[in-house]
Design a protein around this ligand. Structure first.
Ligand code: 4AD
Ligand code: MG
Length: 463
């Protein structure tokens, strides 16, 4: 008998009336006259499976001592369940106890806990219903990212984590060093001498794999990276993490419009996959966290994304009659309250804002002919605001060099990036999807700290 069939598979019915094995952790135990009912969960679904243990079991006495959280293996027969709400149950023939859980001390008793408290026990919260659902959704989305791109012939490229280039030019990087911080070597002028450091230079954790993605796009045409990125921005909000995962496709021969089409198809595909594959989890999350969740997700799959220029978006906001906390006028960046107004109130659909002022966007974005905007695009979602940021890249050597100089960026650090424009340059574009922002949207969780296993935020990096 195979011992590694997950509970979710056992419940499909394929194994009815067969001897099966289930292994997992006890969620609940209820005893009544010579019977003990155990709900066992192995993480493969929300409901778990009911185990019925009878007094005739060899170690029935021990089974009666099983606490919530205990780990066990059950051998028995899978039979249709007479109880409501569950198709099958296992009539136990043998129960093996790996480790009991020490009763009262186990923090996850039946009563509900606040999400804030659960963040403090991030080593145990994956065993709760909520986090079970959240992390299964996250897994389904991650898998779907690869399926979407692989089916379209995109190459997966592993861009570096440790890097010398600040892709976004925002100076929000975490430095990586092995120098002795108490006594760092210094140059004659007194500044820290990184030539003695591990890499012989000053390096940091990457904020984006884009620039290296561009290298691969100019060899493999369509590529994507999907990895961790790090930002030392002091933002203590429900949408910011210091360590988050980003999906970044980069495509040669695409203009901005092609890129928006891809982004729209991509997001709709990801949501559809969750609606199909994670129905049980979405129903649970809807019940406890967002009564409109499934409707909203279905609405997004069926509504065409609205496209609007930054200039028009600002006009809409100015004429909206809303009193925003932060003022908005041409040239300022849009904040989440503005983004949310556009998508939730004005367009009532996801919105793609294009052609932002060059002054508020990164150096690599392609300059438009009007001399004041760049070919940028942000995808805005209800509740969240920006989920995707992207652009067509400046492929013209002279324009790029001039922009680097204008921004006082050291062109020597970008020598290879400039080379791509000297040797077979092509129009190309790409975008970045913040995975956690998107998981937030799909799960309806209001805080981004509850959709990543171990959140890193200012003043906190436990586990
Ligand atoms: O808009 P951003 O900064 O764009 C880039 O990094 C580009 N290099 C992407 C590209 O064109 N290849 O970030 C992209 C997305 C944002 O839209 C947002 O969803 C997410 O990354 N993001 C964050 N998510 C969580 N915490 C943070 N601190 C985030 N900063 C950005
Ligand atoms: Mg952005």
């Amino acid at each position: 008998m195979p011992r590694n069939i997950k509970i979710a598979s056992l419940l499909t019915g394929k194994y009815c009336d067969q001897e099966v094995c289930a292994r997992g952790w006890v969620r609940t135990r209820r005893d009544s006259k010579g019977l003990s009912f155990i709900n066992l969960n192995d993480g493969s679904n929300q409901a778990g499976i009911q185990i019925v243990a009878e007094a005739g079991l060899e170690n029935y006495g021990e089974a009666l001592k099983l606490n919530v959280g205990a780990s066990v293996e059950v051998l028995g027969k899978l039979v249709p369940s007479p109880a409501k709400g569950q198709p099958y149950e296992i009539q136990a023939k043998a129960i093996r106890i790996f480790g009991n859980a020490s009763g009262e001390e186990y923090p996850l008793q039946k009563k509900g806990h606040t999400l804030e408290f659960l963040r403090e026990i991030a080593h145990l919260r994956p065993r709760t219903n909520t986090f079970g659902s959240v992390f299964r959704v996250r897994n389904t989305l991650s898998h779907a990212v690869h399926t979407f791109f692989q089916e379209r012939g995109f190459m997966y490229v592993h861009t570096p984590i440790i890097t010398a280039s600040d892709a976004e030019g925002a100076g929000e990087m975490f430095r990586v060093t092995t120098l002795d911080l108490d006594r760092p070597p210094r140059t004659e002028t007194g500044v820290v001498d990184f030539s003695h450091d591990f890499f012989g230079r000053d390096v940091s954790l990457t904020v984006s794999g884009q620039l290296e993605g561009e290298i691969f796009a100019t060899a493999f045409s369509e590529v994507y990276t999907f990895g961790p990125t790090f930002r030392a921005e002091n933002s203590n909000t429900s949408r910011h993490l210091a360590e988050f995962w980003m999906v970044e496709p980069e495509m040669a021969f695409y203009d901005l419009g092609d890129t928006i089409d891809l982004a729209e198809a991509f997001l709709k595909y990801l949501i559809s996959r969750c609606l199909e594959d994670r129905a049980e989890d979405l129903a649970f999350l809807q019940k406890y966290y967002n009564k409109e969740l499934i409707n909203t997700l279905e609405h997004i799959v069926h509504s065409p994304f609205q496209r609007v220029s930054y200039t028009d978006a600002v006009e809409i906001l100015e004429k909206s009659g809303q009193s925003f906390e932060l003022p908005v006028s041409w040239g300022t960046d849009l904040h989440s309250e503005h983004e949310r107004f556009l998508t939730e109130q004005h367009f009532k659909a996801p919105v793609v804002v294009v052609d932002y002022p060059r002054e508020i966007k990164a150096f690599y974005m392609r300059q438009n002919d009007d001399g004041r905007t760049v070919a940028a695009m942000d995808v805005l979602f209800p509740k969240l605001g920006e989920v995707i940021g992207g652009s067509q890249r400046e492929e013209r050597y002279d324009r790029l060099l001039a922009r680097l100089k204008e921004l006082n960026l050291n062109e020597k650090n970008y020598w290879w990036y400039l080379d791509l424009r000297r040797f077979g340059t092509v129009p190309h574009s790409g975008f970045g999807l913040g995975l956690e922002r998107f998981v937030q949207f799909v799960t309806g969780m209001s805080n981004i700290r509850d959709v990543i296993p171990f959140p890193r935020v200012p003043k906190n990096a436990s586990f």
